[in-house]
Ligand binder design. Sequence first.
Ligand SMILES: CC(C)(COP(=O)(O)OP(=O)(O)OC[C@H]1O[C@@H](n2cnc3c(N)ncnc32)[C@H](O)[C@@H]1OP(=O)(O)O)[C@@H](O)C(=O)NCCC(=O)NCCS
Length: 229
Amino acid sequence: MNARRARSLAVKALAVTCCSRLALLERELAEPLPDLDGPAELVFGLLGPADAEEYAALVPGASPEEVSDRLHAGERGFAVRHRGRLVGVSWAAFGRVRVDYLRATLALQPDEALVHGAFVAPDMRGQHVSSQGGLYRLRWLRDAGYRRVMAAILPENTAGFGPPEKLGYRRIGTAYAIGPGPVRVARLVGRARNSPASRRRSQGRVGRPAVSRVDVRAGCDDFVDAVPG
Ligand SMILES: CC(C)(COP(=O)(O)OP(=O)(O)OC[C@H]1O[C@@H](n2cnc3c(N)ncnc32)[C@H](O)[C@@H]1OP(=O)(O)O)[C@@H](O)C(=O)NCCC(=O)NCCS
């Protein structure tokens, strides 16, 4: 077993038994969106009930019911098609969002969204499908009136950080959930770096860092629940 696989297994074992953590990123939608290159023939849109079977065939472990369940719960699904084939998906959730991996709930403000569940067909990876799909998603959310988008990523998932970084997300901290079995206490640890909010707050405070705990709480207003998952 190589070191990377051993580390991945150790992280999974800790997540199941006592400790899980996710990196949190944010992106203010008032900031300009980037221009990105990608393959031609990509078509972007929303996922609907008619896509359920194709979604389940694309995403390992997913069922067709997952699509209707998420849509009924108020989430928006995003689709990328290449020559008609579904090759990329992702979701945006709103309000009080259950984060199963942390066994905790993230309470979002009404103008915030949590994006998650990005998946690209293995044969289409490395061609900016996720980045381009993420750009469409940011535009859609901005046009729908959302102000801020957050993402939660497994710290070990190197590939997972690539598209958000290309799209201008910034890491603001790490959410830890600690406790035996399903009973977890979730906490956010981190500092917002260089966000517009932190820049505004830091104006005129010479000698103080442009970050504070308030920055982190401002958008997350905390992982409030620590209940059995
Ligand atoms: C993560 C995932 C969605 C990325 O999709 P993708 O379409 O291949 O990503 P992109 O081509 O848009 O990559 C954008 C950037 O991410 C980085 N990146 C992508 N894949 C990477 C990898 N395997 N290793 C390191 N960096 C990677 C690169 O910097 C890339 O930009 P560049 O090509 O200009 O250098 C895809 O690998 C996937 O579906 N993985 C399995 C599910 C998953 O981990 N989802 C993320 C959950 S948060």
